[in-house]
Design a protein around this ligand. Sequence first.
Ligand code: R5P
Length: 219
Amino acid sequence: MTQDELKKAAAHAALDYITEGTIVGVGTGSTVNHFIDALAGMRERIRGAVSSSEASSARLRAHGIDVFDLNSIDTLPVYVDGADEIDAGFAMIKGGGGALTREKIVAAVAERFVCICDASKRVDVLGRFPLPVEVIPMASSHVARALRRLGGEPRMREGFVTDNGNLILDVHGLSIDTPIEMEARINQIVGVVTNGLFAERGADILLLATAGGVERYVR
Ligand SMILES: O=C[C@H](O)[C@H](O)[C@H](O)COP(=O)(O)O
């Protein structure tokens, strides 16, 4: 199976976690695109979605799925999203597509985070994938210096602006043994909006697509 076929298999498995009549939290990325396409098949049976990016909102609307403002809802039973890396404790690196901040906000509201991945995303230690950090533009040099002091090598994502009008520093060379502590330390740097470590609020369910089928893990 190709990596894209594995992503599609994980995405389809996530439909089992959608309750009819509810609003569904939807992430961002190529795996989630498969999920949105699959969700379209049950659009008459859900109320709609809240989305973590302009790209996902556009794809949802193109399928005729209503996209709600997050501020207009009180509860969100499930959030479905991919990851760039996920470890054994269900901590993740996210933000390869630059949507990390809105993803973290929607995930914070959701009761359950269902992570959909192909097996290549499963790692023992987070950090081989460069850690995305969203920064306020005027603070980018200051934040880069602070990230170097933490042992990383930040590189500006050239020509990229987030949906929030900010920049992304991709931090190479971090070996993240203690994800919760690292997430908090980076978020304390003035000028950081948030970073792509989802450790304090990790996934609750992992749907990991392998050549042998989709494996389901519950935290
Ligand atoms: O900003 C992007 C998100 O965090 C994605 O969930 C992550 O990058 C994984 O993307 P993909 O499903 O394309 O591998």
